[in-house]
Design a protein around this ligand. Structure first.
Ligand code: MIC
Ligand code: SF4
Length: 645
């Protein structure tokens, strides 16, 4: 199949520097922009510093503070100061706490059609709504891109989603992506990139497109992208940035690996039920269930349009007595506009609890639901425990469904609310970059402010030739990085302090894991399908590695987590579902001639002496990845490369 005429292929060919644009091949691409956020960013900057560059080499890099904004001790504030000083010193824009969620602000202020963006956050493809090729990656990969290095990826297969028709009243962009998640599931996008096209595209605004590309992350896809058209141009114009606009669309000869037609006019309001983003049903199927909490916000649904719609619905009414409604605007721009026009007053009057423009409850930073409580959220993930309440029942919905439940106290099909309010799009947005600090020109003079919570990065030894590992955990399908290393207000402040952070590995799933790993000294984790789905957090590879996890054996591994494992010297080994069945927690597994196998073989023998069996694990690794594993991780590998130069 030829990629040259499709959108993904066009942008990739403009940026390819190594390899060939053929499905399944590894390529190295140039990165124009990078994005980091505070929860992953402290590590990215430590890694960038370890690479020894004096200044970033991208066209633009932005450091956001949006995740760890709850300051219940000095740790987060210290991290913010570290990030601010590092940004100033290394030539990076710094979006201050309170300025908004990285993806929303990036869409508004920095995204450029046709360029590449690499972000240390899995929802970086949000910028695909504006025609940008935006990819989430582990922090180390972002640090390398900041220092001018290439980003290595597998050429994805391309799914073309042909949008036809127009959304009916009460149905929104969230319902489109939930519908696609229902069809394709959370593993459906593994190895794929999603390209939207068709006559329905022009009916969707840029923030709506961004809601759809945002949740492409939940499909497990590399990225999702929309064309750049007149709608894109007018969005950029309203942001005072139409000078960066360029048209971008698939050519007539575009070919795809798979086609999916979605008739927008046939869609209905949807909800993802507890506890997976693909457990999707029409809202009408869940209607009537009593609701304890509603939250509107997150990088998926916190644009001006989303919140204005909620305000229109709540205006002059009051939140149901049994419901707590919280609203977190996506950006200061959104909050300012709502405030100026009076919508914010409507929301406050209706009883909404207004939170700062940040990720907040989406990553468990406050607003945990009550025990066993039902929470309707306009977010993108409802993995078990992510809300902060292990038995919380989180449903993912669009803002109209959320507002309907806030008023009725029960899950309600918003179409029952009568005529959908009509409001005009603004003539322009409240543009101000006052809270974005440009990089300094006197870079050498800027001192880096390192708080006591920031601990140095550990280096691993090169890979040993014989490994004897205890299976420390046998896990089920779809283990998320939230399962491996939870978020939340207690754990997130420790992101820069690996020894303290490692105490929480698998804490929600198996509180004994850390002590078991400590007793064993080293070990392996066994997963089934789609192991490590979800976030880009490299801490979910680094912290287990710190506890002695040397290998992950699984039937399939999510691509972001797989890359992070390799970067931190943990071997990803693929096994069959049958072999998964024959292995148990507590088994000792032995590997011989490990370096030879990793160096060039496509499989490795795994012996289980206690059961008298031997199985074979697949090593699906590119040459560069093999070298990284042999070196004991990417930092060692990069250091060796520098010495060779
Ligand atoms: C998330 O939504 O899980 C996060 C928090 O934004 C993560 C990043 C992180 O763990 O810091 C992500 O999506 O990559
Ligand atoms: Fe923040 Fe939630 Fe978006 Fe992650 S998914 S970037 S935590 S708002």
């Amino acid at each position: 199949m030829s990629y040259s005429d499709n959108l993904i292929g066009q942008v990739l060919s403009r940026h390819i520097d190594e390899g060939e644009l053929l499905p399944g091949k590894e390529i190295g691409i140039r990165i124009d922009q990078t994005l980091t956020q505070d929860a992953t960013g402290t590590l990215v900057f430590l890694e960038f510093m370890a690479l020894g560059e004096a200044k970033v080499k991208t066209k633009l890099s932005v450091s956001y503070v949006d995740h760890n904004t709850l300051q219940s001790g000095p740790e987060n504030a210290d991290d913010h100061l570290f990030l601010q000083s590092a940004a100033e010193r290394y030539g990076v824009y710094f979006s201050r706490p309170g300025n908004g969620i990285c993806h929303q602000v990036h869409l508004e202020r920095f995204a450029v059609p046709g360029q590449t963006l690499l972000g240390s956050d899995s929802h970086t493809p949000t910028a695909g709504g504006l025609g940008m090729l935006a990819i989430g990656a582990g922090g180390m990969d972002v640090a390398i891109a900041m220092s001018g290095g290439l980003f290595y990826m597998t050429v994805p297969r391309v799914l073309h989603v042909n949008l036809i028709g127009e959304l009916p009243p009460w149905v929104g962009a969230k319902d489109v992506i939930l519908y696609i998640l229902k069809l394709l599931t959370v593993k459906g996008g593994l190895g794929w990139a999603v390209e939207y096209g068709g006559p329905g595209v022009k009916t969707l605004s840029v923030p709506e497109r961004a809601t759809i590309t945002n949740m492409g992350a939940e499909l497990g896809a590399w990225t999702s992208i929309f064309p750049s058209d007149e709608v894109t141009r007018s969005f950029l114009k309203m942001q005072g940035r139409d000078d960066v606009w360029e048209p971008l669309s698939a050519g007539d000869g575009a070919e795809y690996d798979r086609e999916l037609t979605v008739d927008l006019s046939s869609l209905v309001p949807m909800a993802a039920c507890p506890s997976s983003p693909d457990a999707v049903v029409p809202v009408s199927d869940a209607a009537g269930l009593k609701v304890d909490q509603v939250i509107i916000g997150s990088c998926t649904n916190s644009s001006y349009r989303d919140l204005r719609l909620a305000a229109e619905l709540l205006k002059g009414k009051c939140v149901h007595p049994d419901v707590s409604l919280a609203i977190a605007p996506g950006s200061r721009q959104v909050m300012t506009m709502l405030a100026r026009e009076g919508s914010l007053a409507d929301l406050v009057e209706a009883g909404a609890r207004i939170l700062e423009a940040a990720c907040g409850p989406c990553i468990g930073m406050g607003q945990a639901p009550p025990s066993g409580g039902v929470s309707l959220r306009t977010f993108n993930r409802n993995f078990p425990g992510r809300s902060g309440t292990r038995d919380g029942q989180v449903y993912l919905v669009g803002p109209q469904t959320a507002a309907a439940a806030a008023l009725n106290g029960r899950i309600t099909d918003p179409r029952e609310l009568g005529t959908m309010p009509v409001f005009n799009e603004p003539e322009g947005y409240a543009v101000s970059d006052r809270m974005i600090l440009p990089p300094s020109h006197r870079t050498d003079e800027v001192p880096i402010r390192m708080g006591p919570n920031i601990k140095p990065l550990p280096l691993k030894e090169p890979l040993s030739d014989e490994l004897s590992l205890e299976i420390l955990l046998k896990a089920a399908d779809n283990i998320s990085t939230d399962d491996i290393l939870p978020g939340g207000s207690k754990v997130l402040p420790l992101r820069s302090n690996l020894p303290a952070l490692a105490e929480y590995v698998f804490s929600g799933l198996d509180p004994e894991f850390v002590s078991r790993a400590g007793a064993a000294g080293k070990g392996a984790v066994l997963g089934r399908d789609n192991y490590g789905q979800g976030s880009s957090r490299e801490h979910a590879a680094l912290a287990p590695a710190y506890l002695g996890v040397n290998a992950v054996l699984a039937v399939s591994i999510a691509r972001l987590h797989r890359a992070n494992l390799i970067n931190f010297g943990v071997i990803p080994i693929l096994i069959s579902a049958e072999d998964y069945g024959s292995l148990d927690q507590g088994d000792m597994i032995e590997f011989r001639d490990v370096r030879k196998a990793i160096g060039g073989q496509d499989s490795i023998s795994i012996m289980i002496p206690s059961k008298g069996i031997e199985i074979r694990g697949r090593l699906e690794l590119y040459r560069r990845e093999r070298e990284v594993l042999l070196a004991g991780g990417i930092l060692n590998y990069m250091k060796e490369k520098v010495k060779e130069r």
